[in-house]
Design a protein around this ligand. Sequence first.
Ligand code: GRF
Length: 211
Amino acid sequence: MSDPRVAVLISGSGSNLQALIDAAEFPSYPAKIALVISNKADAFGLERAKKAGIPTQVISGKDFTTREAYDEALHQVLLDAKIELVCLAGFMRILTPAFVSQWVGRMINIHPSLLPEFAGLHTHQRAIEAGKKEAGCTVHFVTPVMDAGPILAQARVPVLADDTAEILAARVLAYEHKIYPEVLKDLALGKLAALAEKARAQTATEAAAAE
Ligand code: GRF
């Protein structure tokens, strides 16, 4: 069987995208980064993709009047490119339950906190303000509720006395780049089936609650 085709969705710098590209360049890596999609035309990650010879596509929110229409277009782009797995890597859009339901178990996200703590934005500042001694990052299956899907991997780092949000973010980011390719590898190898099933059940509940 050929390696699953992966789309990486970004909005910005794309350092996690770069980590996935670098990992997938090894011949033994079991997934192919086949497409990079950004909702921002000026995302630096698009340059990273082009440099690696990976097709890119910009789908701007400005071209759609509803979230549903955006997500339908996104879904069609993924289908047209025969994408099998989706990695969200700093993709700053909330996805509709309908879209998530179509990709559940095949779509993962990386988040810069030790979920379930600090879902959402400004995670590092919030961790510092809360006096946390540890911070970190989480890779999880995506379900309709933001940052709430089954956890697949976490890495922990200390929060040091003089940390600013920027310093802590950099310490965490180095670990994001390690765990994200590892989880994608396991997903591509079919090793996450039990948690994918859990994500499907959770998605059904969350999507029903959102109606
Ligand atoms: C990362 O911190 C990731 O955890 C969060 O957004 C940031 C994206 O950074 N979801 P990059 O674009 O991968 O450099």
